[in-house]
Structures are given as C-alpha cells and as structure tokens.
Design a protein around this ligand. Structure first.
Ligand code: NAD
Length: 375
C-alpha cells in the first residue's frame, strides 16, 4: 500500500514542523526592546519610488526614536530581480542574512518571472521569505468609515488546507484525497497574536470563524484553542461563527459594524478577506502584514508595476498602500498614536490628491510632501 507510506511521511514531516515551531520562541515584546531595527527593502519596478516615500515619512514620524537610537531604519539592497537572476537565488544569501539581522521589514514589491517573460524560473521572493522567517499570520485591515466598519483579519498563513496543498493523493482513478492540518502550536500563536493586537489597540470584540460543526477535528481544535487563549484576555468579548454565516454577516449592514478582530484558519481567511477588501473598494486598497513571532514583514498589496517603468511614469506611482502597511507596522510595535496620526494624514491624501497611475495628476514626491506636512 504505497499510500500508507506517503501518509506516514507526511505525518512525520508535520511532527518535525511542530517541533521547529516549539523551539522558535515567544512573540517579540517590542516595548521591552532597547533597539528595534526596521529593514527597508527597495524591491523592483516602482519599489524604490514608493519605498523612498515611506522612508521619508517614517524619518519624520519617528524622529525622536531614531535620534535616541531606539529605532533604526536600515536600507537593505540587493532584493532585485537582476541580482536574484545573477546569483540564481530566490533571495540571495547575503540579502537573507541582512534581513534576518532586522526585527521588522518594510518590503517593496518584487517581480516574479512569469511563463512568457523569457527569464529564469525563480520562485516568488515572498513565498521564500514567509517560509524562512516563519510568518504565520496574514493580517489585513478593512475600514469603511461611512458604515462605521473597522475590521482586522488574522488569517493563519502556514497551515490548514495550504500546509500540504500539493501533497494530496489519487487512489487509482476513483478517489482523490487532500489533507488539512491544524496544530496546537500553530493555532495558539495565531490566536495570541490576534488577542495581543486587540488588547494593544483597544478593540473590544474578537470573532472566531470556523466550520467546526463539519470539520470536527481540525476546526474543532482551532475553535477550542482560540477560546483557551481568550481566557487570558477577559476584557475582550469573544464569539464564534461558522464561515458560511460570517460571509453573510459581512454584507449585513444591521450587524457588520459590531465586529472588530477576526481569527480564521487559512482557507476561510483567504476567501473572507477578499470579500471584505472588495467591500472597502477593491483588493488593492489596503496594506498587508505577514507576522511571525520573531519577524514581521509589511508591504503594499500591489506589485512592481513594470509597465509604469517602461512608460517612464514611475514617479507617478501611488505610495498609499505601502504607507498603509507602515501604519500596520507602527501598530504592531505598540505605537498606536503615531499610527493614528499617519492614518489620518493618509485619509486626507486619499481624498484630496489625484493619483490615477497613468502619468497624470500628483507624483509620489507630491504625495510624500503632502503627508509630511500633516504629521
Ligand atoms: P501590479 O500590482 O504590479 O500592477 C497592476 C496594475 O496596477 C498596473 O496597471 C499598475 O500600473 C497599477 N499599479 C500597481 N501599483 C501601483 C501604484 N502604486 N500606483 C499606481 N498604479 C499602480 O500587478 P502585476 O502587473 O500583476 O504584477 C507585476 C509584478 O509584480 C509581477 O512580477 C508580480 O509577480 C509582482 N507582484 C509582487 C507582489 C509583491 O511583491 N508583494 C505582489 C503582487 C505582484
């Protein structure tokens, strides 16, 4: 029975992964750190343009902390397509080492060669970084002020249906089996990150989203463990919902503004966060964070926009999304008032500036000056 051998190997690999997570340590307490190093990675295409914006804005917003040595902004060079191709490495070793010497990363978009690009087949730098830095929580905020909606989603980023996505088995032509993996350590660390965020940012409600009535082992475990973690946060209300009714709740204006923080397994998180982002105005309207216990990486949702470079209009790239990611980074560090200040300035920029990305309207530099005057 070859399937039995395959299954044995899968279980052994997952047990080894659990062991690695256990040895990985607790979540970083940024308030207890004497020095926080933020690595700023330029990336490809419009990357350097938008990263210059976020760097200038952070330099002003964090001037005191930078002067006192509490925070350092460190430029990391070399995560470019040219360098990756020259070295034939997804993330060149020296760049990876430099990244690992930082605590947090603000990353510009990186190009992944596609089929018709006539370039060597290099893996996505993001996938490699998520794995190398064990970035287990995908965090995406969604705000719709006119509906009083202020949500933040904590999606599990390394387990569930995705842990063994390409490892399912066909048994003859008749049966196909995929796997879904939920671990204690993987779930607890995600739930802990979500509750810590809720606590540090004054959120009152956490909602756990599963299908535990059907997926009794995996989602059942996920739900129970989230409630276990909730006991350490008695000031926060916790409730739980099945993913099908939550998909409906999000578009139910009678109740959707009641929700604050969501915790979801990987697949439901993938689907529900796209639904939520679409309600906000599209999947490109927010920043995004990939968070681990040791490291965290913040980035724009869009890519490197190579066509803007080819057309000579890269200076018109909109730096809003990476600056929204920077707001998330400030909140992750517990600097809530600085995050709010920047967020307010970005809201004004969004309503007063015109940045269609076609070489007309305001430039990235004008955007940066506009925000600098308001923080
Ligand atoms: P893209 O997001 O780069 O571009 C999509 C469209 O949005 C284009 O018309 C582009 O000009 C426009 N656009 C994107 N960002 C903009 C900005 N800041 N201001 C104004 N207009 C903007 O998506 P794509 O063309 O599918 O991908 C290009 C490359 O980026 C690919 O190699 C892809 O793999 C990579 N990518 C990287 C990341 C990442 O690093 N996180 C994410 C997505 C795509």
């Amino acid at each position: 029975m070859p399937y039995v051998e395959d299954f044995k190997q899968i279980i052994e690999e997952q047990l080894a992964r659990v062991q690695r997570i256990k040895e990985g340590g607790d979540a970083t307490d940024f308030s207890a750190k004497d020095k926080i190093v933020i690595g700023i990675v330029g990336g490809d295409g419009i990357g350097p343009v938008i990263m210059q914006s976020v760097r200038e804005i952070l330099q002003k917003l964090l001037a005191e902390e930078i002067a006192s040595g509490k925070i350092q902004l460190r430029r990391i060079e070399g995560l470019t397509l040219e360098n990756r191709i020259a070295k034939m490495e997804t993330v060149p070793q020296d760049v990876l080492e430099a990244i690992k010497e930082c605590d947090l990363l603000l990353k510009g978009p990186t190009t992944t060669p596609g089929k018709g690009d006539n370039l060597p087949n290099i893996e996505s730098a993001n996938v490699k970084l998520r794995r190398e830095l064990d970035l287990f929580a995908n965090v995406r905020p969604v705000a719709i002020p006119e509906k009083n909606i202020d949500w933040i989603f904590y999606r599990e980023n390394t387990e569930g249906e995705y842990a063994l996505g390409s490892r399912g088995v066909n048994i003859g032509d008749e049966i196909s089996v995929d796997f879904k993996v939920t671990t204690d350590v993987g779930t607890i660390r995600l739930a802990r990150a979500a509750y810590e965020y809720a606590k540090n940012n004054g959120n009152k409600n956490v909602s756990i989203v599963t299908k535990a009535n059907i997926m009794k082992k995996t989602d059942g475990k996920f739900l129970k463990l989230c409630y276990d973690v909730a006991k350490d946060y008695p000031q926060i209300n916790t409730d739980d919902w099945y993913v099908d009714i939550m998909a409906a709740n999000l578009i139910n204006d009678q109740i959707n503004s009641r929700f604050n923080v969501f915790i979801l397994p990987n697949l439901y998180g993938d689907i529900i966060t796209d639904e939520a982002a679409q309600m906000q105005g599209g999947v490109g309207t927010a920043g995004s964070a990939n968070i681990g216990n040791k490291y965290a990486m913040f980035e724009a949702i869009h890519g490197s926009a190579p066509r803007m470079v080819e057309e000579g209009i890269k200076d018109y790239a909109n730096p809003a999304s990476i600056n929204r990611a920077s707001v998330m980074m400030l909140r992750h560090m517990g600097l809530a008032s600085k995050a709010e200040k920047l967020e307010r300035a970005l809201d004004v920029a969004a309503s007063e500036l015109d940045m269609p990305g076609d070489g007309t309207g305001n430039t990235a530099e004008e955007f940066t000056q506009f925000v600098l005057e308001r923080i």
